[in-house]
Write a protein that binds this ligand. Structure first.
Ligand SMILES: [Fe+2]
Length: 250
C-alpha cells in the first residue's frame, strides 16, 4: 500500500487529484444543496470551499482559528481512538490530506480528505458544534481505558457527527459527515425506507450500528445548541448504563 502523507505539500497534488476533488465536489453539491443543513451551507461559504481548489490547510487553519479557535492536524490514516480524542480535546481535528483515485469515486475503505475535509471541516466553524465535539471528547478521555464506555460514546459520535440529521423549519436536513461525503447515503437518509427518530441519549446508547452498509436508522436534533446542552446528560446517562451493567452478575 502506498504510504500516505503526514503533512500537506500543496505542490504534490496532481491534475488527477484536482479532477477528483472537482468531480466529487460538484456531484455532491448538486445533491446536497436542497437537503443539507443551512448551517453547513453557511459554514461552507465561511471556509471558502469550491470545486476548483483543493483546500489548503494553512489557509484553512487561519480561517478556522479565527472562527472558533480550531485547527487541523494532518494524519496519514484514521487515528487510533486515544489520539483522535486527545487532539479533539485540544481543538484539533485529525484529517487526511490525500484524495481517492478516479477509480475509487464511490467506495473507499478508509476516509480520505474528501470525507475529512469537505464533509467534516465546514462545521468546525460553528461554535455550538465544536463545543459539543470537544465536550464528547473530554468525556471519552475520562473513560479512555474502558472499552465499553468508548463503545457507547462511539454510538453518540456515530449518530451525530457522522450520521446526524437536523430539523430546520420543519424539514429534515443532513449534517452528519458520513452522509455528506457519500452519494449513496445522501440519496437514502431522508427516504421513507429508513427509520427517523428524535435525538434520545438512552436510545442511542442502546443502538448498535454497522460501518459497512448504508444506515437504516437516523437520529434527529433540533439544533447544535441542543447537542451542546445535552453533554451533562450524556455523561450522567453513560455512568448509569455502566453502573447498571457492572451490577449484572452472570
Ligand atoms: Fe468522519
Amino acid at each position: 500500500m502506498k504510504t500516505k502523507p503526514t503533512t500537506q505539500i500543496y505542490s504534490n497534488y496532481t491534475t488527477s487529484d484536482f479532477l477528483v476533488w472537482k468531480t466529487l465536489f460538484k456531484r455532491q453539491m448538486e445533491i446536497l444543496k436542497p437537503i443539507v443543513s443551512a448551517e453547513y451551507l453557511t459554514a461552507l461559504e465561511k471556509v471558502k470551499f469550491n470545486s476548483e481548489k483543493i483546500p489548503d490547510f494553512r489557509e484553512l487553519n487561519k480561517l478556522l482559528n479565527s472562527l472558533t479557535g480550531w485547527s487541523l492536524e494532518v494524519v496519514p490514516n484514521i487515528s487510533p481512538q486515544k489520539e483522535f480524542f486527545e487532539f479533539l480535546s485540544m481543538k484539533k481535528f485529525t484529517a487526511t490530506c490525500w484524495l481517492r483515485s478516479m477509480e475509487q469515486l464511490d467506495y473507499l475503505e478508509e476516509p480520505d480528505m474528501f470525507h475529512d475535509v469537505f464533509a467534516h471541516v465546514p462545521l468546525l466553524g460553528n461554535q455550538h458544534y465544536v463545543d459539543f465535539f470537544k465536550g464528547i471528547s473530554d468525556i471519552a478521555l475520562k473513560h479512555i481505558d474502558n472499552p465499553r464506555a468508548i463503545e457507547l460514546l462511539g454510538r453518540i459520535y456515530w449518530f451525530t457527527i457522522e450520521f446526524g440529521l437536523i430539523r430546520e423549519q420543519d424539514e429534515l436536513k443532513i449534517y452528519g459527515a458520513g452522509i455528506i461525503s457519500s452519494m449513496g447515503e445522501t440519496k437514502q437518509c431522508l427516504s421513507a425506507d429508513v427509520v427517523h427518530l428524535d435525538f434520545d441519549i438512552p436510545a442511542i446508547f442502546h443502538t448498535d450500528f454497522r460501518t459497512d452498509i448504508l444506515q437504516e436508522k437516523y437520529f434527529i436534533i433540533n439544533s447544535f445548541e441542543q447537542l451542546w446542552k445535552c453533554l451533562p446528560e450524556i455523561e450522567s446517562c453513560l455512568q448509569t448504563v455502566l453502573e447498571k451493567e457492572a451490577k449484572i452478575v452472570f
